[in-house]
Design a protein around this ligand. Structure first.
Ligand SMILES: C[S@@+](CC[C@H](N)C(=O)[O-])C[C@H]1O[C@@H](n2cnc3c(N)ncnc32)[C@H](O)[C@@H]1O
Length: 262
């Protein structure tokens, strides 16, 4: 086991658990993984109150055994699973929601793996953030009987995993003359869109899961441009300037040699 051995067993109070699940917008189509699931309450509540399926991974076998009994008593044993397993070696790819109540250094150690999750996956952390990967939303909740910390407060943070789009993209087919260069910083990006032989357009935008919304020069009054990340492609769904390429253009990552000459 790695550093998370140091993470003590402290439960998330029930009203905070509900708030975490609400913040993530958990629903019946979600599969939630709680990293360090303790007595299983987050997974069990997600299944019982929101109809989600879930997996809890926990290194303390007694807590896993207790979680399985509680899930059965709550009538959600079909939709829940608990495993004695190290969170650092757990396959997270099936998750649509990740929850965690760990420690700052453990969150940071997990961060590279969280960033590789499918775009749109929601991550909710109790009390600790992810460094300079700023959250999309946060909440502060009063917890008068909190056993740790001087402030009797819990902080909740939500991230929606953004598509990883940093780099150069080339238009395909009839749009071969287009080149999109994206510089991404987590959910924010700036980009230049060029059409051979013309001055490039500068765009500033945000990434919400698979959706890249950008404004020309960041101007609030301008019409937004919209790309949707679909697998290995970026699809231009809406242009912010009628004089520019038609919506529907598809972009693929540039090879090492750069975009092919049209
Ligand atoms: C603060 S408790 C949170 C429990 C539960 N998620 C909740 O919010 O009520 C953190 C849990 O992580 C578990 N843990 C620590 N290191 C772990 C590891 N490497 N893999 C899996 N679980 C771990 C601890 O045993 C503890 O039960």
């Amino acid at each position: 086991m790695q550093a998370a051995d140091e993470v003590p067993f402290i439960t998330t109070p029930d009203h905070v658990t509900l708030s975490m699940l609400e913040l993530a917008g958990v629903g019946a189509s979600d599969h939630l993984i709680d990293l360090g699931s303790g007595d299983g309450r987050i997974v069990i509540t997600a299944a019982k109150r929101f109809g989600a399926s879930g997996l809890g991974v926990e290194i303390v076998p007694d807590l896993v055994a207790r979680s399985i009994v509680t899930a059965r008593q709550a009538g959600v044993e079909q939709r829940t699973e608990f495993r004695v397993q190290d969170l650092f070696t757990t396959d997270l790819s099936a998750a649509t929601v990740i929850t965690m109540y760990l420690l700052p250094e453990v969150n940071l150690a997990l961060r590279p793996r969280l960033q590789q999750l499918a775009p749109g996956t929601r991550i909710v952390s109790h009390d600790w953030d992810l460094g300079d990967w700023l959250p999309d939303a946060s909440r502060t909740i009063e917890v008068p009987d909190k056993p740790v910390g001087r402030e009797k407060l819990s902080r909740l943070y939500l991230w929606v995993v953004p598509a990883q789009v940093n780099g150069v993209w080339c238009g395909t087919g009839a749009q071969q003359r287009l080149q999109l260069t994206v510089r991404q910083q987590h959910q924010r990006f700036d980009a230049s869109l060029s059409r051979s032989g013309e001055a490039a357009l500068n765009l500033l935008g945000r990434i919400d899961g698979t959706r890249l919304v950008a404004l020309q020069g960041g101007a609030a009054a301008a019409s937004p441009w919209l790309w949707v990340a679909a697998g290995a492609e970026l699809h231009l769904a809406q242009t912010g300037d009628a004089a520019w390429s038609p919506a529907g253009a598809r972009f693929v990552r540039a090879p090492e040699s750069g975009c092919p000459a049209p």
